[in-house]
Design a protein around this ligand. Structure first.
Ligand SMILES: Cc1cc2nc3c(=O)[nH]c(=O)nc-3n(C[C@H](O)[C@H](O)[C@H](O)COP(=O)(O)O)c2cc1C
Length: 386
């Protein structure tokens, strides 16, 4: 490694990161198989290797691997049937990476290279903060799930922005693709609304879309911002800040929880419908604080947000309810179903090659059902029922 000969804190950091990635011995064969994206190799060796470490360490290792692009390049571009245009952006496929994996914007190029059609960085808070004490991420192996209580560990706006600003440079020097930035608030912030306004100001020019995350369960009081009056006031402020951005204005989306009452959903739909001309859409959903009876893992009672397989029905129901309540007039990005994927990649044990596989199978299904484009299939379930 020629860089190893150089001195200085930057190189030390690089060496440290490289050490994290290569601990365990990366031999040439493994490197080649990883690069090629051999599905069987991932299933039998790479993913079990990651499982040897605690959940947070393997998360960190995966981020560093993507940061240094030690990840396979997706081999076949998504079938054109998967392409869609949503809020004035062209998405080559509906499979994107949800917030929470690349919290500090280190791995955008690597994840795009792997075949994600869009990557959502964050949540990012205005000031750096460490998040909750460790351990704070738990695998629920028996339930194909994870509980996390990270609590918005973030390097803060400035550091993350400095990493991402390269995406503003023309001609692009980065892997092309769509990048969203998910905004959070500091734990001890006295003016939470201002935290989001600052986020819009900071990332408005670099992000292809921005997410107002008011649904993570690990920041006290955050979910209360989903209440009708609070949400309306918050949207007023962040939309007005967004409208002040010169040039291209990024769409704003609101990420909501799966633990809402029927009345909460009606209220959110009303606020969102009133602002449908200026709002980009909804992201549904964040993790749940509920604990389905079906859970078997010893970690099931850890405090935090549950994601993965046991969240699927709840998030699908929330998507369906919100689709109906907003009369199909507000774009919805679903998490856990079609679309933003994170835990699937980790929990299915198939690793990165699973992205190409989802794209392939999805396009086959659409073509088999006679759709010419994925846009035609949106809301199809509701249309047949009504
Ligand atoms: C470890 C972990 C960290 C997460 N961090 C964030 C976050 O910072 N901001 C956010 O909006 N969602 C975060 N999420 C929620 C995910 O983006 C996603 O909404 C949720 O996990 C449901 O999808 P899944 O079941 O496919 O994982 C996190 C999820 C996990 C598992």
């Amino acid at each position: 490694m020629s860089g190893a000969a150089k001195k200085g804190p930057g190189n030390l950091k690089l060496l440290k990161d490289a050490f994290i990635i290569t601990t365990g011995g990366t031999v040439m064969f493994a490197g080649h198989q990883i690069y090629k994206g051999n599905e069987k190799f991932y299933k039998e060796y790479v993913m079990p290797f990651f499982q040897l470490f605690d959940a947070e360490t393997s998360h960190k290792m995966a981020v560093k691997a993507a940061k240094y692009k030690l990840v396979p390049k997706s081999k076949i571009p998504p079938h054109p049937v998967l392409a869609s245009r949503v809020f004035d952006r062209d998405f080559p496929s509906p499979v994107g990476l949800a917030a929470g994996f690349d919290k500090d914007g280190e791995a955008v190029d690597g994840m795009l290279k792997m075949g994600f059609s869009f990557v959502e960085v964050g949540s990012v808070t205005p000031n750096p903060q460490p998040g909750n004490e460790k351990p704070r991420v738990f695998r629920l192996k028996e339930d194909k799930a994870v509980i996390n209580r990270y609590g918005f560990n973030s390097e803060g706006h400035d550091k993350v922005y400095n990493r991402l600003k390269v995406r503003e440079v023309e001609p692009p020097v980065v892997v092309p693709g769509i990048m969203g930035v998910n905004l959070g608030k500091n734990k001890t912030s006295s003016y939470p609304v201002e935290d989001y306004v600052q986020g819009v100001r900071k990332f408005g020019k670099v992000a292809d879309y921005l997410v107002i995350n008011i649904s993570s369960p690990n920041t006290p009081g955050l979910r209360a911002m989903q209440g009708k009056d609070m949400l309306d006031m918050l949207l007023e402020k962040v939309l007005s800040e967004r409208d002040h951005i010169r040039g291209r204005k990024p769409p704003l989306l609101v990420k909501i929880a799966p633990d809402l009452t029927d009345q909460d959903k009606i209220d959110i739909a009303e606020v969102v419908l009133n602002r449908k001309e200026s709002l980009g859409g909804l992201i549904i959903s964040n993790t749940t604080v509920s604990r389905p009876d079906s859970l078997k893992s010893p970690h099931k009672d850890e405090v935090g947000g549950l994601s993965g397989e046991p969240l699927k029905d709840l998030s699908t129901k929330t998507i369906s309810d919100m689709y109906k309540l907003t009369e199909g007039k507000v774009p919805i990005i679903g998490v856990g179903g079609l679309v933003q994927v994170k835990m699937l990649m980790i929990k299915s044990k198939k690793g990165p090659p699973v992205i190409g596989k989802i794209n392939r199978e999805l396009s086959e299904l659409l073509i088999k059902d006679g759709y010419r484009s994925i846009t035609e299939a949106v809301g199809a379930n509701h249309k047949t029922k009504s």
